[in-house]
Design a protein around this ligand. Structure first.
Ligand code: MTE
Length: 360
């Protein structure tokens, strides 16, 4: 389905929602056929010849761009960036307390690609974005989601300051291939360092405003609600909108419940820091967090991509409980338990990942 590998973990066929197999995430760049896929409605078909991008709002000269114009007038910029869905590891939150109505994603809603496209900043400069009165940049796409009542097209917004940063792209290329339809082709937004929800696929409108988008996926979904709220009946604007990613890490080499031989054991994983921050350190604990061993960190491909890490230990026969935590360069780290983070929609679980192995 959608040219994905057979070992993707499919949550839903329509809308298409599938997690990457963890083994595919050990490479710096995730192959397109293993890259996770998160959709809220049917995937639209937008041939390049018909695709248009309207750029308007608080700008001097609103303009509608064709694909040729977007892809030739602003140069080609490449950014290697990790996308992570805010619902990654929701299943662990649901173990704490029920999260009705949401897919229970495991650890595979994260992937990295080399994206190519125009800088959104250059396009905003070309139309004369008003930097005095403009504060947000809203995106809209044609895919209609029945999650909103009444159904609504997908959209969202980011602060104008982020939109003007060089890493934010209107991308038409992914891993040196034209951007595929399932990943937002012909053109999508890529917002490195932010939750995946803001990287709007099939983008057809960019509007500079003084307020965040009132689209359902900005005003009602992708928000951290107070734990006592009922996710089904909250008013738009309730809770805290998700934007930058919190520091996180996870295991990739092993899954919970794996059996391994005793002796030398190497565990590997990835760590990812949010907007403008770097991963500074990853620790692994063999005793549930009472003591820690510092892992080796690989060099990242870019400051917007994950860093893989590894630790080699001698594993004695018996049960082995592994825990990990990452720090970013401001010394922010991960909370210990999913219970500390539980929220009604099950977003942003960056608690310590834990796996239990049987050795011998
Ligand atoms: N853009 C549109 N138009 N429709 C969507 O449903 N899903 C968002 C974002 N952009 C979405 C979208 C979410 S929640 C995520 S995590 C990323 O796309 C996933 O991108 P991918 O499917 O290319 O991995």
């Amino acid at each position: 389905m959608w040219n994905k590998r057979g070992d993707m973990r499919i949550h839903e066929r329509s809308p298409f929602n599938a997690e990457s197999p963890l083994g595919a995430l050990t490479d710096d760049i995730t192959a397109v056929d293993a890259f996770y896929s998160r959709n809220h409605g049917p995937i639209p078909e937008l041939p390049i010849a018909r695709w248009r991008l309207r750029v308007d709002g608080l700008v001097a000269t609103p303009r509608t761009f064709t694909f040729d114009e977007i892809s030739t007038e602003f140069g080609v910029h490449a950014v290697t960036a990790t996308l992570q869905c805010a619902g990654n590891r929701r299943a662990e939150l649901a173990d704490v307390r029920d999260i009705p109505g949401e897919d229970l994603w495991g650890s595979g809603a994260v992937s990295t690609a080399e994206w190519r496209g125009a800088r959104l900043a250059d396009v905003l400069d070309a139309v004369g974005a008003d930097r005095t009165h403009g504060a947000h940049v809203c995106f809209e796409a044609p895919d209609v989601s029945a999650l909103a009542d009444p159904p609504q097209v997908y959209g969202g917004s980011i602060p104008l300051a982020k939109a003007l940063s060089p890493e934010v792209l209107l991308a038409w290329g992914m891993n040196c291939e034209p951007l595929s339809r399932v990943h937002g082709g012909p053109v999508r937004v890529i917002v490195p360092g932010y939750v995946g929800a803001r990287s709007v696929k099939w983008v057809t409108a960019v509007t500079v405003t003084d307020q965040p988008s009132d689209n359902y996926f900005q005003a009602s979904a992708y928000r951290i609600l107070p734990p006592a709220d009922d996710a089904g009946s909250v008013a738009p604007g309730a809770g805290i909108p998700l934007s930058t990613l919190p520091i996180t890490c996870d295991f990739l080499s092993h899954r919970d419940g794996d059996r391994v031989p005793d002796g030398l054991l190497t565990v590997t994983g990835y760590a990812l820091a949010g907007d403008g921050r770097d991963v500074a350190r990853v620790d692994v604990s063999l005793d549930d967090g009472r003591s820690w061993h510092q892992a080796e960190l690989d060099q990242p491909r870019s400051r917007w991509s994950w860093r893989h890490w590894s630790l080699t230990m001698t594993a004695a026969p018996g049960p082995l409980r592994l825990t990990a935590r990452a720090f970013d360069d401001t010394a922010a780290t991960q909370p210990e338990s999913a219970a500390a983070l539980w929220n009604p929609k099950g977003y942003a679980n960056n608690s310590w990942p834990r796996i239990h192995l049987s050795v011998g």
